[in-house]
Design a protein around this ligand. Structure first.
Ligand code: SF4
Length: 1001
């Protein structure tokens, strides 16, 4: 690793080169552009002909090789411990060993529920997928749904009731709690508080109401840092009612994202990604249906990366920008000052929006102030978009206010009337409340405090009782989807520990004995035996038909959109949920911790993100230690320089700097810093009066941006609509296509059956990483920890590379390229394996025989795509956890259809061969031949944009065959003559300067 001084030097050099136009095409990192020694080192590690190993003399080379051979043979002599297996004595009636079962259920995440289908094997949930019946999913999912499975088996879950740090029982708790409530009953519940997260479950809400009926003076307060409160407040400003906004991108020709990440975060993101991408790829040579997205970018995001035109703005300039645009469109709002250098952009945008009246949409970022939402919706109303691309519904959250105000109000009220009992259901408010919480004082003063929680955390530590909360796969429940659609939640497994769901817990507090299933049945009108059959039918689908919220009529009040007071100048702050651990709720989930964050490729940490210009101004580079202060709140953190962040803007993510919560939270000391402490409760997402100062020292990070770099020119192909129309292949001039002369005999592999292949459309890929984590869950891929990631040893079988084009301060394009094994016809890995552990199947799969692999890694060295992964340590050992404790539940996480690889073995993408085989077995069993679409790989299934297509090249009608003949189709580094079976479709962008050529304006 280099020190901060030289990192800054390389950053300066890279900026100079990029600005001078000496760098042609796409680039991955500042280090690559400047060709820094660090980047050279990564390349050396990837490409052995450049390696320092060649500087060894013959004697030393023989020494190393001898040692390696000895180690390999020792590994082969390992004695395995004796283990007994026990057969099923009484086989459960409906269980066939080895056969997957699928159940519909749902998962609440980020303020809305997502319908899921979860696969179960021998009674244990094993893989999460989207529910095709649910409008919020359409069969796809996101990284959070995929990774939620780990939390079920997490050995750090709270397993037993704790009373003041000693183990107690539920009976003891119920006895004390009911006694407390008995006393409270005499005061109608005065002094009793229920503190929950957002409540989007009708049954949970019904239980809360039942509790409040029993204790009318009790207080219900909701606080949820992920709740989209600014949407409700903004619509309240404009329409005088708290309303939810639901978008429909299918009919949107022009989209303006106002620093919104609607493709990745927030309610409806999976659905929105599908709708948006349905108009991103040309059909053959026809590009007339493509939509166009403009993005204002304060913080680079998955959504702004997908935009055709991007304008980087400081956060407080967003509102003046929208005001100027609104006035330009003829909306009677108070005009603001036009932000510098944005006049031309606004003119162009206004013309585009006006030309697409009723067929355009403006989407504000969830973290922006309510006024930004009100202005954005005012533009939507004015342009006639209501009812076509946007509609308004009642709020999803039954609490209607999950901001920090509720807790502050509680704290104020407690000064007049003391609080006797606090029941906290889920969440971790002591950690997530903005600006540092005084919740501790409130909890300390209350005689009875209890926290129902999945993990012991910062909040439960402040409570007298810590109570185990059931996982959603252990509980009955329900939820509202992004559009209000009702989804059911059914358990797939009995609680692994003695835990309760929120619905059961409230039932317990009331001393009644209905099961959560009965509650859910009753709430949805299926009560009793008479409703059982209908309830069963609903459970099969998981979604209640036509249950989405209807549209609410709106009347805008433009006069309410007054000018705010002038804001101070200087540095500004954006605080966002972390792209992997959100508000810290997934902090103990190694799948998410190790998943590279889409825009930084950072793993295991958060950082203070700034753009290159600001980094130069504060004289610091990536990994330099800095202090960041906002008014009187201050934290220390590592700096990370990210292209595209506007000058004088700092971006930070919540979810780190936690003190407790499990082994992955604290195993290497504290991870990152707590960005919630920097938030202003009145405006949590955007802060002003920010200072960033370089300190001495470094804070090493684990970013994978330069790992597994490929060398070659034609890696990602992209072009505008005009370029596509001029040359549909978008191939650069220097590419030699159709060159297939080979040293290997042609036709060596004869395919008389299937020829499996994959196609990935770069026009559709948004870089969300759902494919990476779905592959991890399906294929028993281990997490390796921060230290191993820093050494480049991460194990993901499909990585998502990110490329930039243009200036580092404002890249004109950001492009993602998912990279699994290419399954080459002329696979360079195959002939170099000394033990034939990597071979070619008769269906064209490049396969690994794990038992044969002796770990020479020649295959990986010879792979130009760098998609092979080596188990340097026993990463897959799940007998114990990272701290050496016995962790039997982790073993339940493994997919029994996929081999668990031990130390010293090479592994890589298999095209989900287990899925191919189970479809083949099913086809044999039923006698129906395999047809296109019967086999769906894990990455393909999760992908919300359907960028990945898998199928059989022997079938001329298969989608993958057709995509191979698409003019945009190309093989990665095909000039090496590897003849990859995974191919790509070039990305087509649609910036506005091509409009007239398409005649769309
Ligand atoms: S290919 Fe992967 S990264 Fe790209 S959109 Fe699909 S799931 Fe997301």
């Amino acid at each position: 690793m280099e020190n901060g001084e030289s990192k800054r030097m390389w950053l300066q050099k890279a900026r100079k080169l990029l600005k001078s136009g000496q760098v042609d095409g796409f680039w991955r990192s500042f280090e690559q552009v400047a060709n820094s020694p660090e980047y050279e080192k990564w390349l050396e590690d990837e490409f052995p002909e450049r390696s320092s190993l060649f500087e060894l003399d013959r004697r030393n080379f023989m020494k190393f090789m001898g040692a390696a051979t000895l180690m390999a043979s020792l590994a082969g002599c390992r004695r395995l411990p004796k283990e007994q297996i026990v057969p099923f004595v009484k086989q459960p009636e409906d269980s066939v060993p080895g056969v997957r079962k699928r159940y519909a259920t749902s998962f609440v995440s980020q303020g809305a529920a997502m319908g899921l289908v979860v696969e179960s094997r021998e009674g244990r949930p094993m893989k999460v997928e989207g529910n095709p019946e649910h409008s919020g999913s359409l069969g796809s999912s996101d990284v959070f749904c995929q990774a939620s499975l780990y939390d079920l088996y997490d050995p750090d879950r709270l397993k037993a009731v704790q009373r003041g740090r000693s183990t107690a029982s539920w009976d003891q708790f119920w006895k004390e709690a009911r006694a407390q409530l008995q006393v409270a009953k005499e005061k109608n519940g005065q002094g009793v508080v229920l503190l929950t997260e957002s409540v989007v479950s009708p049954s949970y809400h019904a239980q809360i109401q039942k509790f409040l009926q029993a204790f009318p003076e009790a207080k219900w307060v909701a606080y949820d840092p992920l709740a989209p409160m600014n949407v409700l407040y903004g619509n309240d400003l404009l329409f005088d009612r708290k309303l939810n906004a639901v978008y429909d991108f299918r009919g949107a020709d022009v989209i303006l994202s106002v620093d919104s990440d609607f493709l990745y975060l927030g309610p409806g993101a999976v659905r929105y990604a599908r709708e948006f991408s349905s108009r991103r790829a040309p059909q053959g040579t026809d590009a007339s249906k493509l939509n166009r997205m403009f993005a204002i970018q304060c913080a680079p995001s998955v959504t702004s990366a997908a935009a055709d035109e991007v304008l980087a703005l400081k956060p407080t300039l967003v509102e003046p920008f929208l005001r100027t645009l609104a006035v330009r469109l003829g909306i009677p709002v108070a005009p603001g000052d036009t932000p510098p250098k944005s006049g031309e952009w606004i003119e162009k945008l206004a013309a585009q929006l006006q030309a697409a009246r009723g067929r355009c949409v403006v989407v504000p970022g969830l973290h922006h102030r309510p006024m930004v939402h009100a202005l954005a919706q005012a533009i939507n109303v004015h342009l006639g978009n209501v009812g076509t691309t946007v509609r308004y519904t009642q709020p999803l959250d039954f609490a209607e206010d999950a901001s920090a105000d509720g807790v502050s109000g509680l704290q104020r009220a407690a000064r007049q009337n003391p609080i006797d009992a606090v029941f906290i259901l889920g969440g971790n408010p002591a950690y997530t409340l903005p600006g540092g919480s005084s919740l501790g004082r409130l909890l300390e003063a209350a005689p009875f405090t209890a926290h129902l929680t999945s993990h012991a955390n910062e909040t439960s530590e402040l409570c007298r009782w810590e109570l185990p909360l059931s996982h959603y796969l252990e509980s009955w429940g329900d939820g509202l989807g992004y559009d209000g659609s009702k989804v059911l939640q059914q358990p797939l497994i009995a609680p692994l520990y003695h835990s309760f769901s929120e619905i059961e817990f409230i039932e317990g507090l009331l001393g009644s004995h209905r099961t959560a299933r009965e509650v859910v049945k009753e709430v949805h009108g299926f009560a009793g035996v008479q409703g059982e059959d209908r309830f069963q039918a609903m459970l099969e689908k998981g979604v209640l038909p036509t249950s989405e919220f209807g549209s609410e009529p709106v009347e805008p009040n433009f006069e309410a959109l007054e000018l705010p007071p002038a804001l101070p100048s200087g540095y500004e702050l954006i605080v966002l949920p972390d792209p992997t651990v959100l508000d810290g709720r997934f902090a103990n989930n190694p799948w998410l911790q190790e998943l590279p964050k889409p825009m930084s490729s950072l793993t295991w940490d958060n950082a203070v993100y700034v753009g290159p210009a600001m980094a130069e101004r504060i004289g610091a580079g990536t990994e330099d230690k800095v202090s960041i202060s906002v008014q009187n709140r201050k934290e220390e953190a590592a700096l990370f320089v990210m292209p595209g962040i506007p000058d004088e803007t700092v971006v930070v993510h919540m979810g780190y700097g936690r003190k407790t919560g499990g082994m992955w939270v604290t195993s290497d000391g504290t991870r990152g810093f707590n960005a919630s402490l920097l938030m202003n409760p009145a405006s949590p997402g955007v802060g002003t009066r920010v200072a960033v100062v370089k300190l001495d020292g470094k804070m090493p990070l684990a970013s994978v941006q330069v790992h597994h770099s490929m060398e070659g020119k034609d890696i990602v192909r992209s072009g505008t609509v005009a370029e596509f129309q001029a040359k549909p292949s978008l191939a650069p001039e220097y590419v030699h296509e159709g060159h297939f002369d080979s040293l290997y005999p042609e036709g060596e592999f004869e395919y008389d059956g299937h020829k499996w292949a994959m196609s990935i459309d770069l026009s559709l890929c948004i870089g969300c990483n759902a494919c990476t984590i779905a592959c991890q869950a399906e294929n028993n891929i281990p997490s390796v920890g921060k230290t191993q990631v820093q050494r480049g040893r991460e194990m993901h079988w499909i990585r998502v590379d990110r490329y930039y084009k243009g200036s580092p301060d404002a890249p004109e394009q950001t492009l993602f390229q998912p990279l699994p094994c290419m399954h080459c016809e002329n696979a360079p890995c195959e002939p170099v394996c000394p033990v034939a552990a990597t071979t070619h199947s008769k269906e064209g799969l490049n396969q690994m025989v794990y038992n044969r692999c002796v770990g020479t890694r020649y295959c990986s060295n010879n792979c130009p795509y760098k998609v092979r992964r080596f188990n340097y340590l026993n990463f897959a050992d799940k007998t114990t956890d990272k701290l050496g404790r016995d962790a039997p539940t982790l073993r339940l996480l493994n997919n029994p259809d996929v081999t668990v690889r031990g130390r010293g073995v090479m592994e890589k993408c298999t095209f989900c061969v287990q899925r191919i085989n189970s479809a083949r077995i099913e086809s044999k069993r039923t006698g129906a031949p395999l047809k296109d679409g019967d086999i769906v790989t894990a990455c393909q299934q999760a992908c919300p944009t359907q960028a990945i297509v898998f199928g059989d090249l022997s079938d001329p009608a298969s989608r993958v065959t057709k995509l191979r003949s698409d003019p945009r189709s190309y093989g990665l580094l095909a000039d090496l003559n590897t003849r990859p079976r995974t191919t790509y479709l070039a990305k087509v962008t649609n910036p506005s300067n091509t409009l007239s050529e398409r005649g769309a304006s």
